[in-house]
Design a protein around this ligand. Structure first.
Ligand SMILES: CCCCCCCCCCCC(=O)SCCNC(=O)CCNC(=O)[C@H](O)C(C)(C)COP(=O)(O)OP(=O)(O)OC[C@H]1O[C@@H](n2cnc3c(N)ncnc32)[C@H](O)[C@@H]1OP(=O)(O)O
Length: 66
């Protein structure tokens, strides 16, 4: 479940362009997973977007609680 999401938009992405999206598991602490993500031009020379996110593992009952 997404607990936190931070996105920095560094440069515009021209309509119709192809981009490279890379995401990695930065660290894991119990049920918390910290993820890094970047969007760059396909040759990696231009950074478009970078993001961090925290995902927390949940049980099905957590969803049903509403
Ligand atoms: C990059 C590519 C992306 C690309 C990915 C793009 C995905 C986009 C998805 C967008 C659409 C959505 O996200 S839709 C989903 C939106 N999210 C939600 O609706 C979540 C609503 N929130 C919840 O259900 C709950 O708060 C949970 C599940 C997040 C946590 O509740 P819990 O399971 O009871 O756990 P809880 O004890 O509170 O917290 C567990 C541990 O996490 C920590 N923790 C909890 N929330 C936070 C928080 N916001 N910021 C920091 N830390 C937090 C606590 O301090 C604790 O740390 P410690 O004491 O254990 O150290």
């Amino acid at each position: 479940m997404t607990a936190n999401l931070n996105i920095n938009y560094r440069s515009p992405i021209p309509l119709g362009s192809t981009v490279l999206i890379e995401s990695t598991l930065d660290k894991e602490e119990g049920k918390k997973k910290f993820i890094l993500c970047s969007v760059t031009s396909t040759d990696g020379s231009r950074l478009h977007t970078e993001a961090t996110a925290l995902f927390v593992s949940i049980s099905v009952s957590h969803l049903l609680r509403g």
